[in-house]
Write a protein that binds this ligand. Sequence first.
Ligand code: AMP
Length: 291
Amino acid sequence: MKQNLRMKVFRTIKELQDSLKKLNQSKKEIGFVPTMGALHEGHLSLIKRSKNENEVTVCSIFVNSVQFNNKEDLANYPRTIEKDIELLEKEKCDMLFYPADNEIFQFEKPDISKYNFGYMESCMEGLFRPGHFKGVAYIVHLLFRIINPDKAYFGQKDYQQLIIIKELVKQYNLPVKIVPCPTVRESNGLAMSSRNIRLSEKEKNAAGIISKTLYEINNNNGHNSVTTVKNLFVELLNKNPLITVQYFDIVNADNLKSVDSWDRAKNIIGCVAAIVGKTRLIDNVFIAGGH
Ligand code: AMP
């Protein structure tokens, strides 16, 4: 594997921690961007933000088997490490942690059962991917313990994940600041995702309607009831033969509970999962308020 002088690539926890120890001793501020690789502009926006706000930026690439509840999805997850390293070097990322499975799971058999986020983990994505967020929390908690960053950067694109990570930090009183970052989109509005690689050109074009329709909710907001808007949204998307909506909900952005009126919560977000062709995509847009 090519190793550039600027970015250090670490494959073991020990080597990474030896390097980080020196930085900690000189009180360098560390920003951390956890990813599963197959990097795109969305991931790179997190790296850019961390570079702006910290003295050292650490990215991790680890396809976390524990958060996949579908073996096929795990096996098919895109892996593009050489290209990822090139992109990270271009962004002048300082360190990459790229461990193998047996490095991460060397100390313990992963036990995700201790993580409990109640309704937040069982709604929306949780309904279709049982145990997913426990697996996410397990790996993010482990990476936080290994790296001990001052700040960690997460995309709004995975909004439910962002809320769960904030809750993880609260529950375990972790000394890290979670920084939410806006969703980066393709020119047709499609939220960038590693899974977009699997879309055909036709599917990619069709998928643009997901965010367009999400943004249109802002126009409907106030004129129609929440239930009407939800039904209209699903109907509109399902009209396209390439798209099947799995769920769409309009929720309180702080606790993810469904809202039944527009003024019930200060922060309201619309969250959707849809299958386009064979690819499952998620997206969301704030309808009121924000972070
Ligand atoms: P992943 O590699 O899919 O696990 O994503 C790693 C991080 O990148 C997560 O915090 C994601 O929310 C974030 N991310 C993924 N796609 C985007 C995007 N289009 N815009 C902003 N952040 C993103």
